[in-house]
Design a protein around this ligand. Structure first.
Ligand SMILES: C[S@@+](CC[C@H](N)C(=O)[O-])C[C@H]1O[C@@H](n2cnc3c(N)ncnc32)[C@H](O)[C@@H]1O
Length: 284
């Protein structure tokens, strides 16, 4: 594969050198684009999350559950490409129709990798995975989902419930400074504890005014003008696009400890992510 790509690159280079003086414009541009794409692909292929070496043996050949999948970050050439190495994976999403996945049908429909068995799709809240039994999964995956959940401690407790003792949680959140949340404060731990104590539901709009004032629309390709963004946000219980809360490494680590996980690693994976790896203790 490497050799094929090298040969292809050399051919493109030499073609470009030959035509450069004469018809560089059109053909040369195409060659440039192609070379740039190949370089980007190579860079992306090579890049792995710092936690990936730790994660890999914990999920290889194991059975897992994702919340809000599938996720490009868990596929090749993502930063944490676990899909090709797991044995099986089920998934939950809050609705049969989402902004990200389109239509989801409950049952054996969760396709996450072409060579893996199709997993079971559950239509369930991240905070209430009703039909999923206790202590059955070796790992739980979640990418860019917990920030959409109004009661994150309740969700983490639910994910803990379905993990077997010794099972692991791999969680990815947006890094505030690179997201449309960059003008917002990181949410306080006490606020999230209070959400759990008060039983905050997923239709909660406590943060809406703050979001409308500080959301950076220029960094949100899914949103358009402020009026439309506000209208969509008011229907958040159907859409779920709001980031209720803003996380950083310290908050994620504290939440994981608070919900009974042993933290194996929490770090920033620049530019876009905060990542955590945590384990449900063997004796729990
Ligand atoms: C920003 S998308 C991320 C999609 C994918 N995980 C990725 O990283 O590309 C958020 C995902 O979480 C799901 N989601 C949001 N709130 C949820 C909730 N309360 N329960 C279950 N899934 C939820 C959305 O439907 C969507 O699939």
């Amino acid at each position: 594969m490497h050799r094929e790509r090298r040969v292809m690159r050399e051919m493109l280079h030499s073609a470009y050198r030959r035509i450069r003086p004469a018809r560089a414009a059109a053909f040369g541009d195409r060659v440039h684009v192609r070379l740039r794409r190949m370089r980007t692909e190579r860079r992306l292929r090579a890049r792995r999350a710092m936690l990936f070496p730790q994660i890999k043996p914990l999920v290889a050949g194991k059975r897992g559950f994702e919340v809000g999948g599938p996720s490009t970050i868990f596929a090749e050439p993502g930063l944490i490409p676990v899909y090709p190495i797991v044995a099986a994976l089920d998934n939950a999403n809050f609705s049969g129709q989402t902004l990200w996945e389109g239509t989801i049908t409950e049952g054996a429909t969760f396709r996450f990798h072409p060579s893996k068995p199709v997993g079971r799709a559950f239509i369930s809240e991240a905070t209430h995975l009703g039909d999923v039994a206790d202590s059955v999964y070796d790992f739980v995956l979640s990418s860019h989902t917990l920030e959409h959940v109004a009661n994150p401690i309740r969700a983490l407790r639910e994910w803990w419930r379905i993990l077997r003792p010794g099972g692991v949680l791999i969680i990815v959140l947006p890094r505030r400074d690179s997201a449309f949340d960059h003008r917002r404060e990181v949410t306080s731990f006490e606020h999230l504890v209070d959400d759990e104590r008060r039983g905050t539901q997923e239709d909660d709009l406590t943060h809406l005014d703050e979001i409308l004032a500080l959301h950076d629309l220029d960094r949100d390709p899914g949103a358009s003008r402020l009026e439309e963004f506000e209208a969509r946000s008011r229907r958040n219980v159907e859409v779920r696009a709001l980031h209720h809360h803003v996380f950083d490494v310290a908050l994620l680590a504290r939440l994981l400890e608070h919900t009974g996980f042993e933290v194996r690693g929490v770090l920033e994976e620049r530019p876009a992510h905060v990542m955590g790896l945590a384990c449900k203790p063997q004796r729990s």
